[in-house]
Design a binder for this molecule. Structure first.
Ligand SMILES: [Zn+2]
Length: 281
């Protein structure tokens, strides 16, 4: 199921690859006491559980002209446990009228396994770029961290879906802000990982931001100090969360969240400092 919002004349569409089983929120946020979730029951949790989904965002001009950008590549073809469920990203992309060869850039917000799964496809043991005409944009700080000899051998997704990009000649390492396409640029928001970046879309005076894993649950928009166990550096993650949410509130940006459920994943924020309010569009 896809859902879109326009930023000026640029259309941003969520493509859902996979919806995993709900998880115990105390496992995901071990530092948050159970009673602190009270105000967020129903709003941020489903039956007391953390229900996420894995998605990518398609960014293109609303009139269909110009470059086509994919932000993140979700979980991949699978099959995924439980139940041997396949990832649906390419089906979703096709339903949106885009073939893999038409994608000109794949921006990785960060190279966790649920964001790079479709980067590379395999014919037997031979890798090929799933999006053969795309430039794959990964923050240099993340590349240096995740492909290091200490880390890469312990993270299968890096060897399978990230490192082959270099040999395939499609890798581009990003340092700081960088243009992806007209009106589309990267913006560092480090902390979830060393090089975590968001994607800012600007057109006709409107601004949107595709936030990667800036937050995993909508309660974190208000409780910006809450960190899931996935955050690499919690202080940096909090600072980035407040910085981007502050910009979004001040500028009336539209926020596209990867790990919120379809229907509530696109919204506006209000507030300032270290606490904000989410309003789904
Ligand atoms: Zn993620």
């Amino acid at each position: 199921m896809a859902i879109s919002a326009n930023i000026g004349n640029i259309q941003v569409t969520a493509l859902v690859d996979l919806t995993p089983p709900a998880r115990d929120v105390s496992m995901i946020y071990p530092d948050v006491p159970a009673e602190d979730w009270g105000p967020y029951q129903g709003f941020a949790l489903e039956d007391g559980m953390w229900q996420t989904q894995y998605c990518a965002y398609l960014v293109r001009r609303a009139d269909g002209d110009g470059p086509i950008v994919l932000v993140d590549a979700a979980m991949g073809p699978g099959p995924h446990e439980p139940g041997d469920v396949p990832g649906k990203l390419l089906e979703e992309l096709s339903a949106a009228g885009v073939e893999p060869g038409e994608v000109s850039a794949v921006v990785t917000t960060h190279p966790h396994g649920d964001h790079v799964g479709w980067n590379v496809s395999y014919d037997g043991d031979t890798p090929r770029a799933t999006f053969p005409n795309a430039c794959y944009m990964i923050a240099k700080a993340d590349w240096d961290h995740w492909t290091s000899d200490e880390i890469a051998p312990n993270v299968p997704a890096i060897g399978r879906s990230v490192q082959p990009l270099e040999g395939l000649g499609v890798l581009h390492l990003v340092e700081g802000e960088e243009d992806v396409a007209p009106g589309v640029k990267t913006l560092p928001a480090n902390g979830h990982t060393p090089g975590h970046q968001v994607v800012v879309v600007e057109s006709n005076g409107d601004t949107g931001v595709i936030i990667g894993d800036l937050f995993h649950n909508v309660a974190q928009v208000t409780e910006t100090e809450w960190c899931p166990m996935f955050d690499w550096n919690q202080d940096m993650a909090r600072a980035s969360r407040r910085d981007i949410l502050g910009k979004a509130a001040a500028g009336n940006w539209t926020v596209f969240a990867g790990h919120l459920r379809i229907g509530s994943n696109i919204g506006k924020v209000s507030g300032s400092g270290d606490s904000f309010t989410w309003q789904s569009l």
